[in-house]
Write a protein that binds this ligand. Structure first.
Ligand code: SF4
Length: 298
């Protein structure tokens, strides 16, 4: 197999990091590239290690997403998973991955084993905080069941399960754009669900509207055939309602401007080679306290 090429692409998370700190963006998308190779320079291997690090909050969110994915994959196969089994599953996952990080098992496989920022930078949380976070994860699963989300698509056959937390991409004005709908199902309309473990934010509406573009590209869905439903798992009283979609021309325009700004740090657009000097460190130094790349940068 030939060497992998670092092809330019766009995603909501890429845009978020680009706007948070250009230097972190550089490390994530360029400095870490090839860091999986044994003979890569030490700084590249280090950037790759740090890029794959999680904070406690992203870890909790990821474990919740993976547990729901498992429940839905079983549902798609015709098997209902009881809440108790889902609770056991998430607790086992949390313990297993916590130990991976605490025991530095990631030295044997960066992608396969969790590496928590809090362990790596010697900022392990108090027992109380850790218990709170674990309770939040289990509570999210409890709320998923309490909301009876599966009732919404109870009549859908196996073919109606379109996507369960799978990375996908589509072309937008010649740019490869990544999207990961948490769950997409088709009955009379296309319904896309987005599991949220954090609180509602003003930015959610834009991100969720972006999924309408994905549905249009992927399934040739008309605008009025698509519903995108945010599910705030921390609240059992979350109202399951489609988000009002932002004007899609605005979304397209935003992506085009973001792509143009990202191209601005490239030495060669066709080769997607970036210049670190065009990626200044953030002026909001408080962000550096919680940044994965601080070992390379500060
Ligand atoms: S340590 Fe600060 S300046 Fe450096 S990459 Fe992280 S957020 Fe940016």
């Amino acid at each position: 197999m030939g060497k992998l090429q670092n092809i330019f692409s766009w995603s909501v998370s890429r845009d978020r990091l680009f706007n948070e700190c250009r230097r972190a963006y550089y490390y994530h998308y360029y400095g870490a590239w090839g860091g999986w190779e044994r003979d890569a320079p030490e700084s590249v291997r280090k950037a790759y290690l740090l890029k794959n690090m999680h904070s406690i909050d992203t870890w909790i969110g990821d474990v919740v997403h993976q547990t729901i994915k498992w429940v839905l994959e079983n549902k798609a196969a015709g098997k209902d998973i009881a809440i108790d089994a889902a609770r056991i599953r998430i607790k086992e996952h949390l313990v297993r991955t916590w130990n991976q990080s605490k025991e530095k098992q990631w030295v044997n496989g960066i992608k396969q084993n969790l590496n928590l920022f809090e362990h790596y930078y010697d900022r392990a949380p108090s027992q109380e905080l850790l218990h709170d976070k674990i309770a939040k994860a289990v509570n999210s699963i409890d709320n998923f069941y309490k909301m009876k989300i599966t009732d919404i698509f109870s009549g859908v056959g196996r073919d109606g399960f379109l996507s369960i937390d799978e990375l996908d991409s589509f072309d937008l004005n010649g740019v490869k754009v990544y999207a990961v709908p948490d769950f997409a199902v088709k009955q009379d309309r296309y319904i896309l669900f987005d599991w949220k473990t954090g609180k509602p934010s003003e930015k959610d509406r834009f991100q969720l509207s972006f999924y309408v573009l994905y549905a249009q590209a992927k399934w040739r869905a008309a605008l009025d055939e698509v519903e995108v439903i945010p599910v705030y798992l921390s609240s059992p009283d979350c109202v399951l309602a489609p988000v009002p979609v932002v004007d899609l021309n605005q979304v397209r325009q935003y992506v085009a401007e973001s792509v143009q700004a990202m191209h601005g740090i490239l030495i060669d657009i066709a080769a997607n080679s970036a210049d670190m000097e065009r990626c200044p460190k953030t002026q909001f130094v408080k962000k550096c306290n919680f940044c994965r790349f601080r070992e390379l940068c500060v």
